[in-house]
Design a protein around this ligand. Sequence first.
Ligand code: HEC
Ligand code: HEC
Length: 275
Amino acid sequence: MKISFGFCLRIMFCSVFLLASLGQAANAQRKSIAPIDKGNPLPELVSGYYFANPDSRNLQDDDFENPGFLWMDVGEALWNKKEGDAGKACASCHQKAKDTMESAATSYPKYYPKTKKLINLEQRINICRKDNMKAKPFKWETNNLLALTIYVRNSSRGKPVNVSIPEEAKGFFNKGKDFFYLRQGQLNISCAHCHEGHYGNKIRADLLSQGHINGFPTYRLGWQRVGSAQRRFKACNRLLRAQPYAYGSDTYNNLELYLSWRGNGLPVETPSVRR
Ligand code: HEC
Ligand code: HEC
């Protein structure tokens, strides 16, 4: 067969086009949005999803493969289970999470007037168990507390994170911000050093993300289970060779508020999957 010049040109064109579209696909992978709040130091907001490795992303994309959904099922069962002396379930007062929990899923941590401090979603759930169900609060980082938190957050998957900073929360917000920029540990660097100054760069096997928490609680393959944002704070504190703080400590609640605010506008992705 004689191959015409035109045919060769077509092939050349096609392969150039194919290469160009492959290149585009690689670029299109990292979606960013403009920060909503004035004063957000990030030039663009990118979910940690786009820095995760392809295996983790594939798991996250498929609800049947995503191991975090094992906790979703537990969360749904707990939501409907009557417990405690009041004989109530979450569903007795809040009906369907999808209809009633949107603001809770996107707006915590919040200022809690009773204690004049911040509470995060885990603490809000435990307040309901104690005060409204007369049931025992769940311990930090237990399967049950993580499962309910995942269930509540997932009810608003895809909706934008939307924490606000009212007057009473400003002091906590500023402390969270100071902590994020504080040089600490033997490495004497701050959270911002990696997650603001060097996001997109490779550090060992990881691509550094912007350190957002829109996908938490997350399933980490390294943990072989789900973990809260505050568990990740502890892990990064240890990475700096700095002393981690306690779950629910003022320091970590302030930090959680500040980090949620930095990601205002990013979609809730709970339960995300990470290496
Ligand atoms: C007896 C009724 C009752 C039960 C049972 C109950 N709650 Fe609540 N819950 C409330 C009330 C009332 C509020 C609103 C308090 C407020 O506005 O400050 C609330 C608030 C919340 C919020 C915060 C909502 C927001 O928008 O800030 C969350 C989250 C929540 N409940 C989760 C749960 C979960 C999870 C359970 C089950 C473990 C549960 N609740 C059980 C009555 C209940
Ligand atoms: C030496 C670099 C480094 C510093 C400093 C650092 N981290 Fe990280 N952090 C990482 C790495 C690596 C990961 C995993 C990859 C990624 O998501 O960036 C990570 C992940 C995270 C994540 C999860 C992001 C996601 O989408 O899953 C959060 C949240 C986070 N860090 C918060 C912090 C906080 C808070 C501090 C300060 C106490 C801090 N980091 C300091 C390296 C660092």
